[in-house]
Design a protein around this ligand. Structure first.
Ligand SMILES: Nc1ncnc2c1ncn2[C@@H]1O[C@H](COP(=O)(O)OP(=O)(O)OP(=O)(O)O)[C@@H](O)[C@H]1O
Length: 923
């Protein structure tokens, strides 16, 4: 090998040195300067780990002056290479190799292979596997649904898939209490973030639910929200770094932060969000006369964010009008007329009948005129639901459809009315909450509910009971009494506590060993919290709103409840509470069955009920009968009309079951386990068996990078079993979509790991000394993530195996087979081989590139056709839908048209990327 001063060489022993230049040749020694690292090294010529750097036509080079050229010709002059190329103005220029930038990164497979930077065959195989898995995940129907630590419940999976795949989803998630709206919102967010449809997310929740949300999002979805409270915001203000909302991508805070604070509102509005989520949205104040500050703020947010999820279990808690007002936030164009909305709801019964008939295979005579009667009934049913239902904006699943819920069992506990209460002058409020007029705690001494509570809790020990009362003062007094005077382990949960104190109290109650036996909550504890680990609910009083009562019961009667829910209602005989209990129990039958029309029924009878609460008389039985009859009728109407349609729209079981099956099949085989093991091996992470389908990952001394995603110094225990992950919170649930897997895959994809290898092989029928080149290409489409072009044009790995005569043998010798046959070659032999076959490799690469390009010519039009078919069908559907159901917003249509055009442009410009190259010599 001849060395001349000025030539450029790279060290294949240490790629980090950058590009060296020969600065001295002295007998048998050569000295190189490596300007990128400011070092000089001298080597013995006969075993220097150096390779001459020689660029070729089409390579990108850059000079010390920062000029970038695409090489068009290479000449040699007095032993030095001269590169001619075009800069980005298409100007031609020629530079000597002396002028090349020393910070060269040899990363392409061909450069690395030809310069002697070989990888292990295991790493080569890992790279190929990574690209194949990435491709498979990109095209999976279950994309975005695999990574949540939740049971796969059809109604949730359906909603997550249906809403999560929309661009800019704007929906009201209104499943009945405790059916998992938070989980659905998490699944939707996870999917939107994973697929790039959303990046910036703002979640607004009541203060008492902040931590519960924070924890649920993290442990179930690996979503790291920044929790903003007043303190953190003022610290951020002081730091002078500008708008705090612009400093985080996913923010969780309470709506209260913004009330009466126009400046904060302006900051949040200016920060721009892809998705805004509002929990317990029934609290937003609105009436036809006046909108509250909270409503107006959310309305401003709704106007400038693209996606909006509103969550409420009791959409009509404050009445139909405010239900309408929330729908208006989602789509002001569609929901602009309250009267029309109410009239339309009335037509749902007829639609429900038609849907039933179609489900039975009959085509009803009165089918809407926009529908094509010639279609088969299942398709007509799809169209009917799609075009005439409310499914696009409103999702509501009920216990009746979800099934598997335990019973609610009512226990009435009459107690004598103390004289002090009987004789007191009372108003409406004090009738229901007789202790409320007391400024001190003296009522504890004579109120029989207190002793009952103490005795019952003691008798129940160690079973846990949630106690709910309407007022914070009552909760505090009761808890003090239980705790200090009766020696019952208890905690209070009320609005006077800070958020952290509330969470501490809830955690103390949840603690199985040594925790509180009871938690005494004011009404704020009746909303959103998860207390299903308890089976006893003690209602110290009853609220004067059936939806609030439903929320209270929902704390225990929710997903995850394992036994029947025992509802104990304490009441003072002859008091307004007894009347209210009778009305709820015998009128609405709310203790046995949840009722979405509770508020409607309440408003219908409110006047008569209030009169009976003030003074029960002979009319009460009539009130009970009327209420029961009205309730029956209303439930029936809802079941026949709105709910029936909503249910069909809110969960299509067959679709959901198909998706669940897909997720399960990905989980059940051991591909991920084997793949992660190979990844760990490649990166120097120890993988130790823990128990069935569970491993401990630990950084080893030979860790390749400073960090492997998700692996801590102490070790991270991961399980591949969903069942175990649900039972054991401390284990990481490893799925294809867990950040560990995703980031590790990215680490392989975005670096050169495994992209160049050399080996030998004995192959029957192939003479020794034959050269084979195994090349893997992927389709490289540069496009904004939000367009999701990868749905139509995924990575599409193309594997070629070219022999010396240019024959393509990929199908004959599959990659997996090659992996089992290939043998390692010592580094110096490999370097000797590569020097000899340089020219041949170049020639075969040209050939391989041509074959791959030819394949690409088929792939791109097919991808465009697929995109046009899929998005075109979506567009046609939306256009048809819009004719009859204006809940489709014009922007949705416009965006879809724009997306089709943009996707087409990007698909046409897609190119190939050589991802990995392996040179094989037969022996
Ligand atoms: N698929 C699931 N797998 C496991 N647990 C779940 C699942 N869905 C819901 N849960 C649990 O059930 C409980 C109720 O869920 P969630 O809080 O999402 O309900 P919700 O509809 O928002 O309730 P609320 O109406 O009270 O606000 C929570 O403890 C949640 O963690």
């Amino acid at each position: 090998m001849e060395y001349l001063i000025g030539q450029r060489w790279v060290s294949h022993a240490d790629a980090q040195l950058g590009l060296g230049v020969v600065v001295g040749v002295d007998g048998r020694r050569v000295t190189l300067a490596f300007p990128a690292v400011g070092e000089e090294r001298t080597y013995a010529m006969d075993n220097a780990p150096l390779t001459r750097l020689r660029f070729k036509d089409g390579d990108h080079i850059s000079t010390v002056e920062g000029v970038e050229l695409v090489v068009t010709a290479v000449d040699e002059h007095q032993g030095l290479l001269l590169y001619t190329g075009l800069d980005h103005h298409e100007q031609e220029m020629t530079v000597s190799e002396l002028e090349l930038d020393a910070f060269v990164q040899l990363t392409t497979p061909q450069q690395r292979l030809l310069n002697g930077h070989f990888d292990r065959h295991e790493d080569f195989a890992l790279r190929v596997a990574t690209l194949q898995h990435m491709h498979r995940l990109q095209t999976s129907p279950a994309r975005g649904l695999m990574g949540s630590r939740t049971s796969l419940l059809p109604h949730q999976v359906y909603i997550a898939a249906e809403v999560g795949r929309r661009h800019a989803p704007r929906v009201l998630l209104a499943d009945e209490v405790g059916l998992g709206k938070t989980i659905e919102a998490g699944m939707i967010m996870q999917q939107q973030l994973l697929t790039g449809r959303a990046g910036r997310v703002l979640v607004l929740v009541p203060p008492s639910l902040l931590h519960q949300w924070l924890v649920e999002m993290l442990r179930r979805f690996n979503l790291h929200f920044a929790l903003f409270d007043a303190e953190r915001l003022s610290e951020m203000d002081e730091s002078g770094d500008g708008n705090p909302f612009e400093q985080e991508q996913q923010v969780l805070c309470s709506l209260g932060l913004f009330l009466d604070d126009p400046e904060r509102q302006a900051q949040a509005l200016a920060a721009g969000w892809d998705l805004v989520v509002v929990d317990e949205a029934h609290h937003l104040h609105w009436s036809p006369q006046e909108a509250g500050d909270d409503y107006r703020f959310v309305e401003s947010l709704a106007a400038c964010c693209v996606g909006l999820l509103l969550l409420t279990a009791t959409p009509e808690q404050i009445g139909r009008e405010s239900h309408f007002a929330r729908l208006r936030l989602l789509d002001p164009a569609r929901f602009h007329d309250l009267e029309a909305f109410i009239a339309q709801e009335e037509g749902y019964r007829a639609l429900g009948d038609m849907a039933d008939a179609l489900a039975r295979g009959e085509v009803p005579a009165d089918l809407p005129s926009d529908m094509d009667r010639a279609l088969p009934p299942p398709e007509l049913l799809e169209q009917l639901l799609d075009r005439h239902g409310t499914g696009r904006v409103l999702f509501r699943n009920t216990r009746a459809t979800v099934q598997g819920f335990p019973q609610r069992v009512l226990h009435r506990h009459p107690l004598p009315l103390p004289e002090a209460y009987a004789l007191a002058e009372v108003d409406d409020d004090a009738r229901l909450f007789p202790e409320s007029p007391y400024v001190d705690d003296s009522w504890l001494d004579f109120d029989p509910r207190v002793d009952w509570l103490v005795d019952t809790l003691k008798a129940m020990r160690p079973e846990k009971a949630l106690v709910i009362c309407a007022r914070a003062d009552t909760a505090v007094a009761l808890e003090h009494h239980l705790h200090l005077r009766a020696g019952i382990r208890s905690a209070a949960f009320y609005e006077g506590l800070s958020i952290i104190e509330r969470d501490r109290a809830a955690a103390y109650f949840a603690d199985e060993a040594g925790g509180a036996q009871t938690l005494v909550c004011s009404e704020i504890g009746s909303e959103g919290r998860n207390f299903q680990f308890a089976q006893h609910l003690i209602l110290f009083d009853l609220p004067l709103n059936p939806d609030l009562l439903e929320q209270r019961i929902g704390r225990l009667d929710r997903i995850g409840q394992r036994g029947d829910v025992q509802i104990h209602v304490l009441y003072l005989e002859g008091s307004a509470q007894e009347t209210l209990l009778d009305w709820y129990d015998r009128g609405i039958d709310l203790f046995r069955d949840s009722c979405s029309a509770g508020y409607l029924i309440f408003t219908h009878f409110e006047e008569r009920l209030r009169a009976q609460l003030a003074q029960r008389d002979a009319d009460f039985d009539a009130l009970l009968n009327d209420t029961a009859e009205f309730t029956l009728r209303t439930r029936e109407e809802l079941r026949e009309g709105r709910d029936r349609l909503l249910e069909r729209n809110s969960c299509r079981r067959d679709v959901a079951l198909g998706l669940i099956e897909e997720v399960q099949s990905l989980e059940d085989d051991d591909t991920l386990e084997n793949y992660l093991e190979a990844l760990c091996e490649a990166f120097g992470v120890d993988c130790e068996y823990h128990s069935e389908r569970t491993q401990v990952l630990r950084p080893s001394e030979h860790m390749l990078t400073g960090h492997f995603p998700g692996v801590t110094d102490e070790g991270t225990t991961i399980t591949f079993s969903r069942e175990r992950a649900l039972a054991r919170e401390d284990l990481v649930f490893a799925t294809w979509e867990h950040p560990i897997t995703q980031e590790a895959m990215d680490m392989v994809h975005s670096t050169e790991l495994g992209n160049a290898a050399l080996g030998t092989l004995k192959l029957k029928g192939v003479p020794p000394g034959t050269m084979l080149l195994e090349a893997l290409y992927t389709v490289n489409c540069v496009a904004p993530r939000a367009l999701q072009v990868d749905r139509f044009l995924p990575l599409t790995p193309i594997r070629l195996l070219v022999d010396a005569r240019g024959k393509q043998l990929a199908d004959l010798v599959p990659h997996a087979r090659l992996n089992t046959l290939i043998e390692k070659v010592k580094k110096h032999t490999a370097l000797a081989i590569i020097k000899q076959v340089q020219k041949e490799v170049d020639a075969k690469m040209t050939l391989a590139n041509a074959i791959a390009e030819e394949r690409l010519r088929d792939i791109l039009p097919a991808a465009e056709a697929r995109m046009r078919e899929e998005l075109g069908a979506e567009l046609a559907r939306l256009e048809a839908l819009r004719e009859v159901n204006p809940s489709i917003r014009e922007e949705e249509l416009e965006y879809l048209r724009y997306r089709i055009d943009e996707c087409a442009v990007h698909i046409r410009h897609a190119g190939l990327q050589l991802q990995a190259l392996r040179l094989i010599i037969t022996t």
